[in-house]
Design a protein around this ligand. Structure first.
Ligand code: UDP
Ligand code: MG
Length: 321
């Protein structure tokens, strides 16, 4: 099979699908598509570029529609801003290539790296992900939160998520098909990529500065994504409470025995109000926290049982069917 892929690569017959999610990228999108196209043409004779507009509020869509006709860009326009995870999903569901490449439109994911991805794919890897060389360009706080998040994920879930790997990656047809089957609406793509398994390998690349425009990632949005990640790939937060409850009950039992003994030996008096207050507040806090965490999972169940579509399309241009 490796040699088959190798041959296809040499003959430039690998059908490459590129999925590019865009949200308010009018400043960069035209240049980006031009440079992506140029790069793809050196790699293969068959490719498609699927641009997914994630409900942009600027002139991104017009810019894409104004691209030369012979670019054959395929455009999917979501009916509103659904977020990058869903935009990627929409693109993946429409990709027809032998391999699917996901990349951002802001030039932060260098198009030249696709060549390295393809070489690894030809070596027999089904998933080739980009690994950021360093996160120096990001703020210290963001880096520390990322570290904490990976640490939690490592311990709490059975999936093994490579560090510093993002959405920039190449996947074989069988992974694209696998991801198409995931019905969930609250999506954490990085977890899904890891969940499917198969032979994977990382390729390091240097993150460039955003070419123009500004990043649309806010702290709260990242935090939300992190919670989605943990809640969709781990049930430990749900189960840990029985352990904590058991532990606290044991301590309470020991304390009860102690109180009884002391009362029997020295008679009853009425000390211990501070202990009482602390105990009540501690337990109250723990109970609220655990209910909150239950709520987190129930909210997710709620969104899933509603069975709403993952996204709605406003525009679908350039597809044959
Ligand atoms: N993006 C999107 N929907 C959103 C936010 C971002 O499709 O709601 C796209 C955006 O246009 C870009 C990519 O996702 O192509 C990465 O976004 P951004 O550069 O803002 O994030 P960062 O690189 O800072 O993580
Ligand atoms: Mg970016």
């Amino acid at each position: 099979m490796h040699s088959q892929r190798q041959q296809a690569l040499e003959k430039k017959s690998v059908f490459i699908s590129c999925v590019v999610p865009v949200y308010n990228e009018q400043a960069v999108i035209s240049d980006f598509i031009a440079s992506l196209r140029q790069c793809l043409r050196t790699l293969t004779n068959r490719f498609e570029i699927i641009v997914v507009d994630d409900g942009s509020r600027d002139h991104t869509v017009e810019k894409i529609q104004q691209l030369p006709k012979d670019y054959n860009v395929k455009l999917l326009g979501l009916s509103r801003n659904f977020g990058k995870e869903i935009a990627l999903t929409a693109g993946i569901e429409h990709a027809q290539g032998d391999v699917t490449v996901l990349l951002d439109a802001d030039f932060q994911h260098p198009v030249e790296v696709i060549n390295d991805f393809l070489k690894q794919w030809a070596n027999g890897y089904d998933m080739v992900y980009g690994v950021r060389k360093d996160r120096e360009s990001e703020s210290r706080i963001k880096r520390n939160f990322a570290r904490l998040f990976y640490w939690i994920m490592q311990r709490m879930s059975s999936i093994n998520m490579p560090r510093n790997a993002g959405d920039f990656r190449l996947m074989d047809r069988k992974i694209t098909d696998a991801i198409k089957q995931f019905p969930e609406r609250t999506r954490f793509m990085k977890g899904l990529y890891a969940w499917v398994g198969y032979k994977s390998v990382g390729v390091t690349f240097e993150v460039k500065e955003r070419a123009a425009g500004k990043s649309s990632w806010k702290f709260m949005r990242l935090a939300e994504l992190a919670i989605t990640g943990i809640a969709s790939f781990s049930d430990i937060p749900l189960r840990v409470w029985s352990m904590i409850g058991f532990f606290i009950s044991c301590i309470a039992m020991i304390y009860a025995v102690y109180i009884v003994t002391v009362t029997l030996l020295y008679g009853a008096d009425l000390p211990g109000f501070p202990t009482l207050v602390v105990a009540i507040m501690f337990l109250g806090g723990i109970q609220l926290l655990s209910i909150g965490i239950l709520g987190e999972y129930i909210a997710r169940i709620f969104t899933e049982v509603k069975q709403r579509p993952k996204y709605l399309l406003r525009i679908k241009e350039g597809f044959n069917e």
